[in-house]
Design a binder for this molecule. Structure first.
Ligand SMILES: Cc1ncc(COP(=O)(O)O)c(C=O)c1O
Length: 351
């Protein structure tokens, strides 16, 4: 296990293998961090800042924390429009800074949480700049990197956050239930696992605590080494390059077939693209995800733009190493077919 932690630490450029521990998934890692920090923050009356685009699990964990410890949550709303990377990043940094300033003197916001890659829409956030900004206001930073490891390079020392959680089972190609939690050495004394047990091994109480969280299958953690070896053989850069190029050319295939467009420019996203659907009729749209699954064994999330006056629906499509252009061509065709033919019998009769 130490050997695997050492390989993973090198992969994300962590200083030491003992700053990296295994957790089952991003949910488990986020829970461990937020629920460990909550009692102390409650004593000092600090606030938790998060973005409206946070994964619902993060919001639910914060709501639990608030409910139990009477913490104050600070949500910063993120609006999206088809726009450039620079415009998106500078507006986001401006909005986060305004919230930090408005919260009160330095340290009023105790913790801020940001996705490295937002789930919906799939957008890469400027986590290094967000971290530096929060640190200037005395705020610790938790990065939810559930979608990042294997999709984009992670340089933990460069980001310089306090906590970083990353899944192996999304883009690294290790089995389900394989994820890591990195904690800055200065913060390790504050963090315990979600499940506290009684024994373990390791160089510090932090590592010992996470090394044994009750009886469980450890094979998925060990398998992360094989995933890293495989990636090294293929070339990590080549994998990421292939996926990004496919996501971008795939987005063009979809947008051309549907007469729509991708959300934002190429730099906003990595291997997942967001493309507007050729319908804004909620009755048709709601049949799409189940229709694709039932008829074609294909799953794509469908969502609408939050905090936008635009009545538009988008799909998020993942370009994995095992996909190619034909998958996007098929999706383009199937969506058109389902939108035109997939109406409920009552609706079709009234058309
Ligand atoms: C941004 C983000 N965070 C957290 C998660 C939760 O990951 P897990 O189910 O592995 O805990 C997801 C899952 O899709 C996600 O997209």
């Amino acid at each position: 296990m130490e050997f695997v932690r050492a390989k993973l630490a090198r992969y994300i450029n962590a200083k030491s293998k003992d700053d990296v521990v295994f957790v089952d998934n991003a949910s488990n890692g986020i829970n461990a961090v937020l629920r460990s920090l909550a009692p102390d923050i409650q004593k000092t009356g600090g606030k938790f800042l998060f973005l409206s685009t946070a994964y619902t699990m993060v919001k639910n964990t914060l709501l639990f924390v608030e409910g139990n410890y009477d913490e104050q949550l600070l949500q910063v709303n993120v609006s999206f429009a088809p726009e450039s990377l620079e415009a998106f990043n500078s507006k986001l940094l401006h909005d986060v800074e305004s919230a930090l300033k408005a919260a009160g003197p330095k340290g009023s916001v105790a913790v801020a949480s940001f996705s490295h890659i937002v789930s919906l829409p799939a957008v890469i956030l400027p986590v290094k700049q967000l971290t530096a900004l929060c640190h200037a206001y005395g705020t610790r930073v938790v990065i939810d990197g559930a979608h990042a490891m294997g999709q984009i390079p992670i340089d933990i020392q460069d980001i310089d956050a306090d906590f970083y959680i990353a899944n192996g089972h999304k883009w690294l190609y290790s089995p389900k239930g394989s994820a890591i939690l990195w904690v800055n050495p200065k913060q390790q004394g504050n963090i315990v696992p979600t499940t506290i047990s009684y024994e373990g091994q390791g160089a510090s109480p932090f590592v010992v605590g996470f090394s044994y969280q009750g009886t469980q299958d450890m094979s998925q953690f060990v398998s992360m080494a094989a995933a890293l070896d495989w990636r090294e053989r293929l070339g990590d850069d080549r994998i990421m390059h292939y996926m990004h190029e496919l996501a971008m050319s795939g987005a063009k295939i979809l947008a051309d077939a549907w007469g729509t467009e991708q959300l934002g420019d190429d730099g906003l996203t990595a291997a997942m693209c967001n493309v507007r659907l050729p319908s804004s009729d909620p009755d048709r749209i709601k049949l799409l995800t189940p229709g694709l699954l039932e008829k074609y064994g294909t799953y794509v999330p469908v969502w609408s733009l939050p905090f936008s006056s635009e009545n538009a629906f988008y799909v998020r499509v993942s370009a994995q190493i095992y996909n190619d252009k034909s998958d996007f061509e098929n999706l383009a065709k199937w969506v058109l077919e389902l939108l035109h033919n997939g109406l409920s019998p009552e609706r079709a009769a009234s058309e």
